[in-house]
Design a protein around this ligand. Structure first.
Ligand code: DC
Length: 233
């Protein structure tokens, strides 16, 4: 059953990526990180002077570039199941994790033409089966997904996770600044007009504040066995 579509939504830094990558690796299916595509569009806009220092976006310029096909995004799978993303052939998987991108990505992701662009890419890449994570996968991108999971975790725990990730990447983040960024993004993601973050009616909620990845796998294994006769343990 490798054409299964699993949709994972939730707040930022709830560990959706880690969870989804591990599922992809164990089931041998493609992992698609929709947030990485929003981040890549944001990086493109930053590189091309389409976002001012004060956060103002030149949205007509960006819309035109998307329409003209100038924002050339492709992806590849790593052996561990994670996803690499390329902008115009340039591997930007590391660049899109920097704070400058994080600061601007929620605003970019509120633009309807950006959402339509990313949705098209996701359909193109994932239609044949995938595990995909984001904010609106189960509600808007793949409303007929075979399985929908909605992830939550305490904001301070999420900020701490992000700090550890950035430190591992050689950066020196300030905890309070990261916590503010997490809270601001929660607000923007769940209050935007188009496809805001919300739990789909048929999604199963997973609060992983105090769960290890392996405990989450055990939790999911129970569901996969019951519904699809699949196991990931
Ligand atoms: O998951 P992430 O932190 O990489 O997501 C980056 C931003 O993209 C986040 O602020 C919300 C937005 N996003 C979205 O609006 N819809 C998605 N399906 C995925 C991400």
């Amino acid at each position: 059953m490798n054409n299964i579509i699993i949709a994972i939504d939730g707040y930022s830094s709830t560990g959706k990526g880690t969870f989804a990558v591990e599922i992809a690796r164990r089931l041998g299916i493609l992992y698609l990180d929709s947030g990485a595509l929003y981040r890549t569009v944001t990086l493109y806009a930053l590189r091309n002077g389409e976002i001012e220092w004060n956060g103002e976006i030149h949205d007509r310029m960006l819309q035109e570039d998307l329409l003209l096909g100038k924002v050339d995004i492709s992806v590849a799978a790593n052996p561990d199941g994670s996803m690499r993303v390329f902008l115009g052939g340039d591997d930007v998987s590391g660049k899109i994790r920097e704070l400058e991108v994080a600061r601007n990505v929620s605003a970019i992701a509120t633009l309807p033409f950006v959402r339509n662009f990313v949705d098209e890419q996701l359909h193109r890449l994932g239609a044949k089966g995938c595990v995909m994570d984001g904010r609106d996968i189960g509600t808007a991108v793949f409303p007929n997904a075979d399985l929908k999971i909605f992830m939550t975790a305490d904001a301070r725990i999420r900020a701490q996770r992000r700090v550890l990730q950035m430190e591992a990447a050689g950066q020196h983040p300030d905890f309070e600044a990261i916590l503010r960024n997490v809270q601001e993004r929660d607000y923007i993601d769940s209050h935007r007009a188009m496809n805001p973050l919300r739990k789909a009616d048929d999604a199963i909620e997973l609060d992983n504040s105090h769960m290890t990845v392996e405990e989450q796998m055990v939790w999911l294994d129970g569901i996969l066995r019951e519904r699809f006769n699949l196991s990931i343990l």
